[in-house]
Design a protein. Structure first.
Length: 409
């Protein structure tokens, strides 16, 4: 048994992969402490019951949780996100100075922002524990890809910060093999290892009772689920929806929340797409299997950008586990996985005409042809992305780090 400190800006009730990793490690008799912030993702406002001006301790599923206050994301504008990221880095770093108990190893879950590494380094300094950084998002590349920062001076400062954090991590884990090269360019000589994201542990083959869920717009349903953000390039979906008006049975459905939601709703209304497009807002993760059960196809999109060619969105694993055919409007590593798994159809990122043609092609297939894609998706997920496989690999590395620390001591 090891004392594992997990540092993550996001944690339950926010829906992130790290929730399932923490529960699985706890179930394997490790003592888990999570240093995290007050939940406010993706809505931008504090969840009910979390408007406290000071840190608070909780226990859930045997996991010790230390929450620190932060400035919420609000509408997700650049200044609001910067304040959100920096406020967590500051309050979590202060809290790390007073962590009770002794950590044997530190696991950092790092989607945006990379600044989550700063309180982890403070914790490392206090506890002398080795650090495993699980990189989910490449900085500063993601900042330029989304247009969040354009100043070369600021980007250079971010790059220096990333290098500072990477070089102080004993292991850097990456969710896409394509991440290895850019990480190595920033921190040459680092121990970089492949650790893909597992599917959301609540996902199973989609046989849930549909009557307990929101009823999606009837028709041939192409369902996108996740963050409605800039990186997803969802304006292409609206263009494709307009191009499939002549096939009225095809419905484009977006489930989720994000900074682009209001704009997407406004554009869909202005273009008269209310019969073709549905934007539902978010649902709890335990209701998603029932919603996926209503989908004929699961939809993935990303903007066209060199960074996103390296990226494997975590929703891909969840889609594979759901056992539905996948329509992937993206390039690079994620498209390669969909095709390798025989799980669906891919088209280039940002190409609305190709996306519309792919939707019409899937609509024209027989149910048995689409079911074969869904079955292949489940099989590939079980072989490559099961939660047990990922946790076993991670647990082995944490044990390795703990043993190396004992030898040094």
């Amino acid at each position: 048994m090891a004392n594992v400190l997990i540092v993550s800006q996001y944690f339950f009730p926010e829906n992130f992969v790290i929730n399932h990793i923490a529960r699985a490690l706890s179930a394997n008799n490790h003592n888990i402490t999570v240093l995290t912030g007050f939940p406010n993702y993706p809505s931008g406002d504090y969840y009910e019951g979390y408007r406290w001006p000071w840190p608070r301790r909780e226990t859930a599923d045997g996991i010790n949780i230390l929450r620190v206050p932060l400035i919420p994301r609000r509408r997700g504008r650049a200044i609001e996100l910067a304040l959100n990221y920096l406020s967590f880095a500051a309050t979590a770093s202060l809290a790390a100075l007073f962590l009770r108990g002794k950590a044997d190893v530190i696991l950092v879950y790092q989607p945006s922002p990379v600044t989550v590494g700063l309180p982890a380094l403070v914790a490392k300094w206090i506890t002398r524990a080795p650090l495993l950084l699980w990189v989910q998002d490449l900085w500063p590349d993601s900042l330029t890809a989304t247009g969040a920062i354009k100043s070369r001076t600021l980007l250079d400062l971010v790059r220096r910060l990333v290098r500072f954090i990477y070089r102080r991590s004993e292991i850097i884990a990456v969710p896409s093999r394509a991440f290895c090269t850019p990480v190595a360019l920033i921190a040459p000589g680092s121990d970089i290892r492949y650790l893909p994201n597992p599917a959301d542990a609540t996902q199973r083959e989609c046989t849930a009772d549909r009557s307990e869920n929101h009823r999606l717009k009837p028709g041939f349903r192409l369902v996108f689920a996740g963050n409605l953000g800039v990186a997803q390039g969802l304006e292409t979906v609206l263009d494709a929806a307009e191009a499939t008006r002549h096939v009225p049975e095809i419905k484009w459905i977006m489930i989720g929340e994000g900074r682009m939601r209001a704009e997407l709703e406004a554009h869909a209304a202005a273009r008269g797409l209310s019969e073709t497009v549905e934007i539902t807002g978010p649902f709890p993760s335990d209701r998603m299997p029932g919603l996926f059960a209503q989908a004929d196809v699961l939809l993935m999109t990303l903007r066209r950008d060199p960074l996103f060619e390296l990226t494997v969105p975590s929703k891909l694993q969840t889609y594979l586990a759901a056992g539905r055919p996948i329509l992937a409007a993206l390039d690079g590593e994620a498209a390669r996985i969909v095709l390798e798994a025989n799980a669906g159809i891919c088209c280039p990122a940002g190409d609305a005409a190709a996306l519309a043609a792919a939707a019409i092609r899937l609509h024209g297939m027989t149910a048995s042809e689409r079911d074969a894609m869904g079955g292949a998706a489940r099989t590939y997920h079980a072989r490559e992305f099961s939660l047990r496989l990922i946790v076993d690999r991670l647990e082995g590395w944490l044990t390795e780090m703990r043993g190396a620390r004992a030898c040094v001591s």
